[in-house]
Design a binder for this molecule. Structure first.
Ligand code: KG4
Ligand code: ZN
Length: 336
């Protein structure tokens, strides 16, 4: 196959992002315009505001991505775009933009699943990583344990029954007054706390060893904080953060290693915003070393939402023959 430049676009939530990716693994540019400061005021992502901001930013972000890669649209061979899952109004902005560029330039259009993008972020910095491998995808919207059989072929081994891991981080962070997004803030605060200070619950689901549940843990943390306040006792936020984080990480690692032992693929990867969590990385690394598994994780910038990961996934979709028509639509609950 000849050299290929993909222009990739991601707008499924609160980052407007564009990237140019060469042959699936070489990132020529990776531009991310975050709306966090805007949504912070409301304690979470406001869908209508997200859509509007995407419209305002997307052309500029694409221009920057081309400029940083030192290419023009003449040098682009295909356009890849996230078409789900995500916020429908937010997704539509990226999809419409990708269709317009592909149509005008007579380029192939490749719709990409957001989770496939997160998983594919691992290809960017690990030239040796190829399927099959297992991947734990942990983000604000998803907690999936996935078996990557081949490029584009996924089997979901387990998923969360309620809150996503990142969602739990964000809700607990709000309860201890850390603000949005809470993940990185809890990560930081937890370093000053005692992870064994408070015995928060670890949820296991009968007959579904690879599934997760975080809503009970979230409630336990909120009850603990309310209980302290009612008794007029002060609590140590750092201890709450550290104990909560340990409860999350313990379950993520335990279920992941159970899957690794059962499926025995020799390689384990993590992906998604929570994959940049320092405690999760450390525990996962140790657990993988103990079992002789090769452990992979993207750099933090490729863990949270970005378009480079969409370019990586789009490349392998392209090779597999995926082409979308001008009727490509946003699919908020798209299945992997
Ligand atoms: O992948 P992502 O950018 O968006 C989704 O697809 O959801 O993930 C965002 C999530 C947020 O919930 C954020 O709090 C969490 O990832 N996150 C973290 C860390 N950095 C981001 N959670 C724990 N520790 C971190 N260091
Ligand atoms: Zn994401």
């Amino acid at each position: 196959i000849r050299d290929m430049n993909i222009l990739a676009i991601e707008s499924s939530c609160d980052e407007t992002a564009a990237a140019v990716v060469h042959n699936g693994r070489e990132v020529c540019s990776n531009i991310i315009s975050s709306q966090i400061d805007l949504h912070k005021l409301y304690g979470g992502v406001v869908p209508e505001i997200a859509s509007r901001k995407h419209i305002e930013k997307i052309n500029q972000v694409i221009e920057e991505a081309l400029k940083e890669a030192e290419v023009t649209l003449e040098d682009i061979d295909a356009v890849a775009v996230t078409y789900g899952p995500g916020l429908v109004g937010a997704l539509l902005v990226g999809v419409a933009e990708a269709k317009a560029i592909a149509y005008a330039r007579h380029l192939p259009l490749i719709g990409v699943h957001h989770i496939e993008g997160h998983i594919s972020a691992n290809y960017i910095e690990h030239p040796d990583l190829e399927p099959p491998f297992l991947c734990l995808v942990v983000s604000g919207g998803h907690t999936h344990l996935v078996c990557v059989r081949d490029y584009g072929t996924y089997e979901i081994l387990g998923r969360t029954r309620d809150d996503a891991a990142g969602e739990a981080y964000d809700k607990v962070a709000r309860a201890i007054g850390l603000g949005y997004p809470g993940g990185p803030k809890i990560d930081r605060l937890a370093k000053e706390g005692d992870p064994d200070a408070i015995p928060f619950p670890r949820a296991h689901i009968a007959d579904a060893p690879f599934d997760f549940s975080f809503s009970g843990l979230k409630s336990a943390v909120l009850n603990y904080i309310n209980g302290c306040q009612m008794k007029g006792e002060t609590f140590r936020p750092a201890d709450v953060a550290a104990s909560f984080q340990k409860a999350v990480v313990d379950v993520l690692v335990e279920h992941s290693m159970k899957a690794a032992e059962e499926y025995g693929m020799g390689r384990f990867a993590i992906a998604g915003g929570v994959a940049s969590n320092s405690a999760l990385r450390e525990s996962m690394k140790k657990a993988c070393e103990e079992r002789n598994l090769k452990f992979y994780h993207p750099s933090p910038i490729f863990c949270t939402d970005n378009a480079a990961m969409i370019g990586a996934a789009g490349y392998y979709e392209y090779l597999a023959g995926t082409r979308h028509g001008w009727d490509l639509n946003a699919v908020p609950n798209l299945k992997l």
